[in-house]
Design a binder for this molecule. Sequence first.
Ligand code: GUN
Length: 281
Amino acid sequence: MKIIDGKALAVQMQADLKVKVEKLSEKGVVPGLVVILLGEDPASQVYVRNKERTAQRLGINSKVVRLPDQTSESELLALIDQYNQDEQWNGILVQLPLPAHISEEKVLLAIDPKKDVDGFHPMNMGRLWAGNPVMVPSTPAGIMAMFKHYDVDLSGKRAVVIGRSNIVGKPIAQLMMMANATVTIAHSRSKNLSELTKAADILVVAIGVAKFVTADMVKKGAVVIDVGMDRDENGKLCGDVDFDSVKEVASLITPVPGGVGPMTITMLMEQTIRSAEMSEN
Ligand code: GUN
């Protein structure tokens, strides 16, 4: 068993990205990322702070707009439009989840697809499913980068995804299919889940339940990617995979923390930089 060191790979990739930002900045193109956060959700606040810090460290112009929970939908849409028009911002990200009175669909549709660094706009989701991705959600992009770095060849392999979200499950399934894997998307209502997971050469888990995947559900030698960010019975950060037991069965496995998380933020930065490069042309 080998542990996939997402942290180390993220550090390495971010060093390359920093150089890229320097080169772009010399040409007068400074990538700019604006993050909009509504309300006080503690997890969202941590994510947003990390995005801001990483962007600053790489030389990306970064701005966080913190708005009260009660902000109206029309105010938010007007703000998005303002950043759509403003050329210094080539990445716009609205942190999810949004308060219940705001339509996520309307908000995602309002972001200029060219600035949609999350890849959540239906146009970008459609492009991905059509096989011509432009902006790709960061977590799946980070997982694909880990496969590449660790020489995981997906072609002809059986890949199983547990979780069907627009943020992770669906896009990672499509990216693995584009890499010629045979992909199954399972979820909380899937029957005989173990039967599916035990057949997987590659298992990606994004179900949001602490230590949900146990060793008996995993094929010997499988590659296991854990997208979870959960708390165990003692309040300690853990993933959707029972790492201690599954690591004895897997050939490669991501830890939590230090696996997928650092890669997600790295890919968001990469996409912001790419958006700046595209705006240049
Ligand atoms: N909430 C949880 N993950 C994400 C993400 O990747 N992007 C945004 N905008 N919100 C999130």
